[in-house]
Design a protein around this ligand. Sequence first.
Ligand code: KIV
Length: 308
Amino acid sequence: MANTPDERITIPLIQARKAEGRKIVCLTAYDFPTARILDEAGVDIILVGDTLGMVVLGYENTLPVTMDEMIHHARAVTRAVRRSLVVGDMPYFSFHLGADETIRNASRFLKEAGAAAVKIEGASKKRLKLVEALVEAEIPVMGHVGMTPQSIHRYGRFRVRGTAGEEARRIVEDARALERAGAFAVVIESVPGEVGAEITRALSVPTIGIGAGVGCDGQVLVLHDLIGLSTGHLPKFVRKYADVHGVIAGAVGAYAEDVRAGRFPDDATSYHLKPTAPAAGPAPTRAAAARRKGRPRTGPEAGQGRAK
Ligand code: KIV
C-alpha cells in the first residue's frame, strides 16, 4: 500500500509497511514548531511521548506528567501536522483506575487533541484487558514492552531488559499478547537486538524499536536526544545528529554581547519617524488620527499582530 508524499499516514498504511519491508520512521514531538518540521520532513509517526516530562518540563522522570499536560502538548502538535500519524502517550496514572477511566482519558487524545491513537506501557493481564477495551471503543493502541519508564521505581533505574533467557522470553510473550489484545503496533524499548528481531519475526503488526536493534520494523527516538537539546546522560542507543543546545547557546551569547555593547538594536531593527513628519513634533499616531476621524482603532497600535 504505497502512499503519495502528501497523503495522510493512517494505521492501515503503517501496518502495510511491515509486509512491504519499508521501515517506519517515528519521532517524538511536543510542540507546534518541531511537529511542523517533523511532518514536513516526512516522519511517519509523531509520538507525543510522556518523555515530555523530562525533556520539556524538567521533571526527573515521566511519572509527574498529567493528562492535562499531555493534551495541551498534543493539541499543539496536531495543529502543525498535515500528514504524519499522531499518537498520544498515556501518562502514569491515566489508566490505573479501571477501563472506564482509561477510555475516558484515552478518548481525550482523539476528541480534544485530534490524535489518531494512544500508546500505553506494559502487558500485564490487567493492561491487556485495557488494550482490548480501548480497541473496542475505537481507540487504536500502540503497545510498549521491554524497558517501560513508568516502572522506574520497580526496577530502580532505566536499564536494558531481556538480556537473559527468562526475561527475554517474557518480553517476547508480552509483545505477542499485546498483538492478540488488538494493538496495531508495538514499541520495544532497551532490549538486545536479538530480542527486538525475534519479536519482529513473531508479530504480524509492526514493531517500533528504541534501543532494540536494527531488526525492528521501524525506529523511534526522543527528538531532543537526536538534535542535542536534552541535558544529562544520553542512553547508548541515541545517535546525536545535531547540537541544537550549542546553536541556541551561541545565538543567545551573541545577542547578549550585542546588547551589552550597544550594537543591538541598530538602524535596521529600529522604527523611525516618517520623513514627512512636521519639524515641530512627531506625526500623530494612527490611533490619534483615527480618533479624530471617529474610526475605531485597529492593527498593531490596537495591540493586534506584530508591528511591521
Ligand atoms: O515517551 C516517550 O517518548 C516514549 C518513547 C521513548 C518511545 O515512550
